[in-house]
Design a protein around this ligand. Structure first.
Ligand SMILES: [Zn+2]
Length: 97
């Protein structure tokens, strides 16, 4: 009957069965960083439900994409600035036949 035993989720507090939960100690450090922004009292004891864990995973991916997008925009701006600076004057390419 151990399968019917329920445990509280550390985030939503709902009691769920073990197959609906992930041990908090198994959550990746990068996801824990996202969780602690919203729940500073997070600790690696107990469980987190799949629904909450997936929500934090999505937030993590969104953060990574946002950072990469910012880096891309910054790199693009740097490259454009460099190209503009190095662009030779049009006269250099005039035909000399
Ligand atoms: Zn939960």
């Amino acid at each position: 009957m151990a399968d019917l035993e329920t445990f509280p989720c550390r985030i939503c507090g709902e009691h769920k069965r073990k197959f609906d939960l992930v041990p908090a100690e198994l959550v990746r450090a990068s996801i824990v960083d996202v969780i602690t922004k919203e729940h500073p009292a997070w600790s690696p004891e107990g469980y987190i439900c799949h629904a909450d864990l997936n929500r934090f995973r999505i937030d993590y991916v969104r953060d990574v994409l946002k950072k990469e997008n910012n880096e891309y925009a910054s790199l693009k701006e740097t490259l454009n600035h460099g190209v503009k600076r190095r662009r030779p004057s049009p006269r250099k390419y005039q035909c000399r036949i």
